[in-house]
Design a protein around this ligand. Sequence first.
Ligand code: AMP
Length: 335
Amino acid sequence: MSRLLAASVTLPTSTIPIFRTVASLREWRRKAYLEQKSVGFVATMGALHDGHISLLKHSLSRNDLTVLSIFVNPAQFAPTEDLSTYPRTLEADLALLEQTKVPEPSTESERITSAIFMPTVHDMYPSGITQDVSGQKGTFIEVKGYGHQMEGGSRPGFFRGVATVVTKLFNAVEPTDTYFGQKDIQQGLLLRRMCRDLLLSHPEPGHLHIMPTVRSPVDGLALSSRNAYLSPNDRKHASSLYATLNVCKDAWRDLRDKNLAIEKALAYLKERSSAAEADGVLIKPDYIHMNDPDTFEDVQTYEEGKAVILSGAMWVGKTRLIDNIILGNAEGILG
Ligand code: AMP
């Protein structure tokens, strides 16, 4: 169990109620139903940063009550990935949640997170869980045809783990509205589709909101819990992914040819990699893709205004970073 949190572990104190079991959260939720309160929901794996906090503020300002979950989901990590070292900063997370407030409409008071849901692995996976998909038993959710491209191309099984845990979280919280980040754009769109396919009512598909990526104001690096892995030298060069995507964006607009645009972007990244190497930092691209936001199919031809997801992943030393930009009309995707 080492770094995974057991139910018996003593938690740091928090003025916001923390629910460790599905049963206790359900009791809280029943009361919210009786009081006819809307419940916003933000799902996280903890190690909170301003990206999470922006989702939280959207939820706080649009709902009577807000639940934030912290759960590092084993099912979305491949056996070779960083489950055991994933940043866990519970004390700082709780402090940040206590500080995050928005004004309560038409009153003098303020809204704060109503409940923190921190279920145990056992509660979330009553049939048990192993990271090796071939050894898994029990019920899993797969959004067929939408989890093998883009990020899913590099992380097979990832979206199966995500869809499964988010379904469970939705079943426990029964959110009126829920907020996900554009930073993980394939995740948000896939989950919206899942809500539709499974006829979910909490949330209804139109109530799953995807909100813009929060970035470093200095160099545009997308905030991420995994940025904590970056050494100071790695950090100096980490924004080259976002810069590369922007080069690709401009080339797509000017050349209207996907292969040429990606070629230009990769040539730019090569230059940035050479500069990084001089600092002893190894940069390696994983992918740059351009996909249709509805079908997730590769986009080949330029159509004025048509939305395209330009996404990329790269390694900076031992840290894998992802990012994306929506090209064309993002209406219907964000918000
Ligand atoms: P995570 O804790 O990484 O699983 O992320 C929890 C939620 O926060 C997901 O919906 C992410 O897409 C979202 N998120 C992560 N980073 C950012 C960011 N920089 N800006 C906006 N949302 C983010």
